[in-house]
Design a protein around this ligand. Structure first.
Ligand SMILES: [Ca+2]
Length: 227
């Protein structure tokens, strides 16, 4: 089957980049959270019992052609996401060009799709691609030394859209509090299986799609309880 590209908003992580509020704390826009148009920041905030180096807030900035998401002297879990309008039932593949730098920080990256269009990166609904990074065994294909001159294409393939929107996540984590842990995101592309076909005009069908998606969520929840 052939693949058709679904348009993203600024899939290339290009300018303009704008300052945003801290996605956990809200408030005014801050320079440490500077994100490319079309994308939203997220991260795991520090818990009350975390040591000072753990779960630090990442910073977001433009670096050359990249969206950089990074931390210093700590561990981070975070990234950027974008919700994209699709047709429920679409079979989707996400491919993102990325790289990272690290100073023995145990950096690992992955990308994922939430087929229900949620915005919680910790949701169990998200279909993640495999981790790629320096924590994998060195003889494993997922082992990746990183470096700005050593980008990779991270992907998650053949995910069925369960709602009129899906959400794309570009995620970095690191294990050790090294001096540098940085992810660089350059080009995100979303593909749909099948030829280009005329899309239906928006109408009552969209509402039904939402209802069906909701029913599927309920059915899945009941199934989980039953099992
Ligand atoms: Ca770019």
């Amino acid at each position: 089957m052939s693949k058709t590209e679904i348009a993203l908003e600024n899939g290339g992580f290009d300018s303009p980049f704008t300052a945003r509020p801290d996605p956990e704390l809200g408030g005014p826009a801050v320079g440490e959270v500077t994100v490319a148009r079309g994308w939203q920041p997220y991260y795991t905030p520090q818990g009350a019992n975390d040591p000072p180096w753990k779960h630090r807030r990442p910073e977001w900035t433009r670096f050359q052609q990249w969206q950089k998401v990074f931390g210093t002297s700590g561990t981070i879990q975070g990234g950027v996401f974008q919700r994209v309008q699709v047709v429920p039932g679409d079979l989707l593949t996400l491919v993102v060009r990325a790289c990272f730098t690290s100073s023995s920080s145990g950096v690992t990256l992955r990308v994922g799709i939430d087929p229900f269009g949620g915005t919680d990166f910790q949701s169990s609904e998200i279909q993640w691609g495999g981790w790629q990074g320096e924590t994998a065994p060195k003889n494993d294909p997922s082992y990746w030394q990183g470096g700005l001159d050593n980008p990779r294409y991270l992907s998650r393939e053949n995910i069925e859209a369960e709602a009129p929107y899906v959400t794309l996540f570009c995620h970095i984590e690191n294990l050790y509090a090294g001096k540098d842990e940085s992810a660089f995101w350059d080009q995100a592309t979303l593909y749909r299986e099948g030829e280009e076909e005329p899309t239906e005009p928006p109408g009552p069908g969209g509402d039904w799609a939402e209802v069906i998606a909701q029913l599927k969520r309920i059915a899945d929840a009941v199934e989980k309880i039953a099992s």
